[in-house]
Design a protein around this ligand. Structure first.
Ligand code: SF4
Length: 323
């Protein structure tokens, strides 16, 4: 039986509420931290990623997957906000916003240029905080001082992807774990919250490797947020060439959820999970592999799997999640 839109929304709402009792979701974190409705608005500095320009970039990277329609170098920050904010308010009501510089390497520019971009965002009356996504080696004291100068809550996000050195090399990340540790230490010394992205399904990684990555994250108190990504193979990437040569298999959603269920119990309960699935799998139409279903359906599968296995975030750590 096909559900009406209203029934579907009600189901998704109830499903999300139940998931919030099992894992520390971003929505719960925002409610706790700000006590009001807060959303992220994706913005672009207009900078590109130096690693991609210099080396061709990470073997999985496809820039078309991280550029939204109002995130374009041709628009100023004011223009991006003028387009995005009314749309968010129309859908979500009266909300405050976090400016999320999410594409490319959002700190890889001259300080004067970056200051202009970040400042334009924080001066908007609805913006109450900043999130800046970057590579580990582009986190330095000058960038941190600049971000702190705005006197708003700041989170730096870096692509960790994995704590296994061989995998970092395989992915052509162009940095090693030591670079990640340096960025983590700098954030810690400066009392800045850090979020990390990790990828599940990297060819050659075992479940123990992935659990080691979780243990590494647990050991860094300054890491407050994690984004899980299932490895998605986009056409016209070096990873797609390896896939077409049958060098590895892409995880389907059920296999991926099964792995998540082997990681979530080991993740410290106070780390916010702000993503469970790679975004933009569908929109770009350039992903290889089978992604039948929708994100709410996948989240529901995850919820059911956690309940069936009687597990929740951090249940196998000394710091279980407390809803
Ligand atoms: S660091 Fe990010 S933007 Fe740069 S090549 Fe790698 S995935 Fe792409």
């Amino acid at each position: 039986m096909k559900l009406t839109n209203m029934e579907l929304n009600k189901f998704n709402f109830t499903m999300k509420k139940e998931l919030e009792t099992l894992v520390y979701m971003y929505s719960s974190f925002l409610k706790r931290k700000y006590g009001m409705k807060v959303f992220r608005v994706g913005l672009s500095t207009g900078l590109t990623c130096p690693h991609r320009i210099k080396t061709g970039g990470c073997i999985f990277c496809h820039p078309a997957t991280f550029t939204g329609e109002y995130q374009s170098a041709v628009f100023s920050i004011e223009e991006q906000l003028n387009k995005a904010v009314p749309r968010i308010k129309k859908t979500c009501g009266a909300v405050k916003l976090l400016a999320y510089f999410q594409d490319e390497t959002s700190t890889a520019g001259e300080l004067v240029y970056l200051d202009k971009k970040y400042r334009s965002a924080v001066e908007h009356p609805d913006i109450i905080g900043l999130i800046v996504s970057t590579r580990p080696e582009y986190v330095n004291q000058k960038i941190i001082d600049l971000l702190k100068s705005y006197n708003v809550p700041v989170t730096i996000e870096i692509g960790l992807q994995t704590a296994k050195e061989e995998s970092l090399k395989f992915l052509n990340r162009g940095h090693d774990l030591n670079d990640v540790k340096k960025a983590i230490n700098l954030c810690e010394q400066n009392h800045l919250d850090l979020g990390v992205h990790i990828i599940i399904g990297i060819p050659g990684e075992t479940i123990e490797d992935m659990q080691n990555t979780i243990q590494f994250i647990n050991s860094c108190q300054t890491i407050k947020e994690i984004k899980f990504h299932n490895l998605v193979v986009y056409k016209q990437t070096p990873l797609a060439v390896l896939y077409q040569q049958n060098k590895f298999k892409i995880l389907n959603i059920d296999e991926y959820i099964s792995i998540l269920c082997q990681l979530i119990p080991y993740l410290r309960g106070d780390i916010v999970i702000s993503r469970f699935f790679t975004s933009n799998i569908r929109r770009t139409q350039i992903a290889l592999g089978d992604y039948s279903g929708s994100k709410p359906e996948w989240l529901n599968k995850l919820r059911l799997a956690l309940i069936q296995q009687n597990i929740f975030q951090g249940c196998k750590t000394g710091k279980p999640y407390q809803p």
